[in-house]
Design a protein around this ligand. Structure first.
Ligand SMILES: [Zn+2]
Ligand SMILES: [Zn+2]
Ligand SMILES: [Zn+2]
Length: 128
């Protein structure tokens, strides 16, 4: 059984106690924190109950994956908002997961205004 030291609690734990960050040709990459610390950390960061493997977790993963895909050029950002058609520089457009977070790359790009509207009634702080 492979083991790994958690960056936070410093304990040597089985890799099954870590969330998988990415799977590539070299095998699995894990987060530096164990699941327990990861959840604790997220809890502190958001100041609210964190649901393990829940919607919040998927959303963050999807956003991370999307950000990387855009950075690497795998996903091309448009230059207009898909909702109002306003022209905007790419960095002002926000990826919105219209169909949930199952596919991180299934997104539409919206301006801030349209994005906020798209998420009502949820609070702007819960944007994805
Ligand atoms: Zn830990
Ligand atoms: Zn718009
Ligand atoms: Zn969104």
């Amino acid at each position: 059984m492979k083991q790994k030291v958690c960056k936070d609690c410093g304990r040597l734990r089985a890799v099954s106690e870590f969330y998988v960050k990415r799977v590539n040709s070299n095998g699995k990459r894990y987060y530096a924190r164990c699941k327990t610390c990861y959840n604790k950390w997220t809890y502190i960061r958001h100041g609210r109950e964190y649901v393990k493997d829940g919607e919040a977790f998927k959303r963050r993963q999807a956003r991370d994956d999307l950000k990387k895909a855009v950075k690497s050029g795998r996903i091309k950002k448009p230059t207009t908002c898909s909702s109002c058609g306003r022209y905007l520089p790419p960095e002002k457009l926000e990826g919105h997961h219209e169909n949930g977070y199952g596919n991180p790359f299934d997104v539409v790009f919206l301006c801030r205004t349209c994005h906020v509207l798209r998420h009502k009634p949820p609070l702007p702080g819960q944007l994805a």
